[in-house]
Design a protein around this ligand. Structure first.
Ligand code: MN
Length: 256
């Protein structure tokens, strides 16, 4: 598994002190887009200098067939993640929700629940991929409930590999097609769902991805929503350092 890529990351903590938490989402790694893979690897190497923790909020991969059918790219990515000198946390996205315990172990990532709360700089922070917040997209929410059913997933794992690939490609195609025909409002997060999530978890800050619409939204009551962007080849990521959150372009972390 990707020894060359692991070697690339042996430049650990030259400054010594890990100080920052980093939040990434929607990298959508796939063999068809090597530029994104290169940008992601370079970003991991840059984060290694001062990261106390890295949080990947879903859709690390553009598709994921199961822990028993990982691609060479996915195996190399696991090796690259293990080379990070800090804990790595991961939440499922709508594209890679089949990523399981075996992969998490190989990548030394901790799997987080679909909604996860932590305290940073005295603020309560809620993390989630973001698809649950798109409550106006009734078709997607229905499909999501079906695809996350344990019973259906058991049937899926019994199918031959080429059928599983065909199913994944069909779902990807349908998702692209449906998104094209929906209005931007339908595929965006619902303001009431955001308020409910923040209120329900007593959180000050919500960090999510999924919509590919990077932004900082200040809300009443001093609450803030940070939306992470997707990668092409770099992406918007969020950095936290001693109570200060900054949404920045991952390219900005690289040495000139
Ligand atoms: Mn997504």
């Amino acid at each position: 598994m990707g020894r060359a890529s692991a070697r690339l990351f042996l430049i650990h903590h030259p400054t010594g002190i890990p100080v920052a938490e980093y939040f990434l989402a929607d990298i959508h790694l796939s063999a068809e887009r090597p530029g994104i893979t290169a940008a992601f690897r370079a970003t991991l190497a840059a984060l290694a200098h001062d990261a106390a923790a890295v949080y990947i909020l879903g859709d690390l991969f553009d598709y994921y067939l199961g822990d028993d059918l990982t691609t060479p790219l996915q195996q190399d990515t696991a090796a690259a993640l293990t080379a990070l000198p800090c804990p790595v946390y991961y939440q499922h996205g709508n594209r890679d929700f089949l990523l399981g315990d075996a992969y998490a172990r190989a990548a030394q990532m901790t799997l987080l629940p679909e909604r996860h709360r932590l305290v940073l700089g005295g603020k309560t922070v809620l993390l989630e991929h973001g698809d649950l917040l798109c409550t106006d997209d009734h078709g997607y929410q229905r499909l999501r409930r079906i695809l996350r059913s344990r019973r259906l997933q058991r049937l899926y794992y019994r199918l031959p590999a080429r059928w599983r690939l065909a199913i994944a490609e069909k779902l990807r195609g349908q998702s692209r097609e449906r998104t094209r025909h929906k209005t931007p409002r339908i595929t965006d997060t619902n303001p009431a769902a955001i308020r409910d999530a923040l209120h329900g978890q007593q959180a000050d800050i919500l960090i999510h991805g999924h919509t590919h619409r990077p932004a900082v939204h200040p809300l009443p009551g001093g609450k803030t929503v940070y939306v992470l962007g997707d990668w092409h080849p770099h992406g918007q990521i969020l950095r936290h350092d001693h109570g200060t959150f900054t949404l920045l372009d991952s390219a900005g972390l690289l040495p000139p």
